[in-house]
Design a protein around this ligand. Structure first.
Ligand code: DAK
Length: 259
């Protein structure tokens, strides 16, 4: 079996590692189909509570779509490749588990777009992000023209996309692309700490919060508020809601069961 994407599960955290360090983890079609398979495994694994996505090696998270592969594509092949990649990235975005990108170096083009498909992004001082596409005669093709403006606003997104410039880590935090920076040697550890601070809460509540935010953001406000109300009422039927409130009243630590 191909191993361009690795999945490891430790203490209820699923680690996805894009594993082509010799090509700075560039997204080939093999990577996309391996990522697709790994996401299906995660979807079916109730033991995984949070997912961390990172890149193999010291230099890159993902240095974009594989330019050498893309170079030879016909328009029809490009359409199919992009449609498939968008399905895979949407699968990542819609995982019920919260996802954290540990952006350990270059996150360019498709790499930035992969990171944008996660819920929370951590970087370090050498993390460099950008959309080089217009310099290659194309535009971001894995939903960067859509997810980035939704995250940071249209004007700032346009500046990044039109200029194709590299954005340093501090600026990426100021823009709201990265949640925060941590020392490079602690990046994975900080991602794990963040994962654990999510995992101490009621799993169904966290999953519902993710769903309501992701779906609600594209709805008119009143419909989104209604979605929230319905999700909240459903959580009132869970054992974990009884446990969470009971533990507060009894002044003890809640033990959640995802029920
Ligand atoms: N694709 C393929 N190989 C890559 C690569 C990439 N994106 N990025 C790096 N590599 C390979 C290099 O070719 C080199 O391989 P060898 O020559 O040793 O065989 C190896 O990784 C190490 O890279 P460098 O020697 O270049 O390393 P440096 O430290 O000097 O430079 C760099 C690091 C990240 C600045 C540089 O590698 C670089 O600029 N990489 C390309 C960044 C980039 O432009 N990425 C693509 C963004 S465009 C669509 C599908 C997808 C998309 C759009 C449309 N359709 C199907 C319609 C999205 C496109 C993108 O993501």
């Amino acid at each position: 079996m191909s191993n361009t994407v690795l999945l490891e599960v430790k203490e209820q955290i699923g680690y996805i590692t894009i594993n082509r360090p010799e090509a700075l983890n560039a997204l080939s079609s093999q990577v996309l189909s391996d990522l697709d398979r790994v996401l299906d495994e995660i979807k079916g694994n109730d033991d995984i509570r949070v997912v961390i996505v990172t890149g193999s090696g010291e230099k890159a998270f993902v240095a974009g779509a594989d330019i050498k592969e893309m170079d030879k594509m016909t328009p029809t092949e490009a359409f199919e490749y992009m449609t498939y990649a968008n399905d895979v990235f949407s699968k990542l975005e819609q995982l019920r588990q919260p996802t954290i990108a540990a952006v350990n170096g270059y996150a360019l083009g498709g790499g930035m777009e992969l990171a944008l498909s996660t819920d929370i992004r951590l970087g370090h001082e050498k993390t460099l992000l950008g959309f080089p596409e217009v310099g290659l005669g194309i535009i971001p093709g894995f939903a960067g023209t859509q997810r980035m403006p939704r995250l940071i606003g249209t004007s700032k997104a346009k500046e990044l996309i039109f200029t194709a410039r590299h954005v340093k880590a501090e600026e990426a935090v100021a823009l709201g692309i990265l949640n925060r920076l941590v020392p490079a040697e602690n990046l994975l550890e900080e991602a794990e700490n963040l994962a654990r601070s999510i995992m101490k809460n009621a799993p169904l509540a966290v999953e519902k919060a993710k769903h309501v935010i992701n779906v609600g953001i594209d709805l008119p406000l009143q419909n989104a508020i209604r979605l929230e109300t319905e999700a909240e009422s459903l959580l009132f039927s869970t054992e974990d809601k009884v446990e969470g409130m009971g533990a507060f009243v009894e002044k003890r630590k809640a033990v959640f069961k995802r029920k």
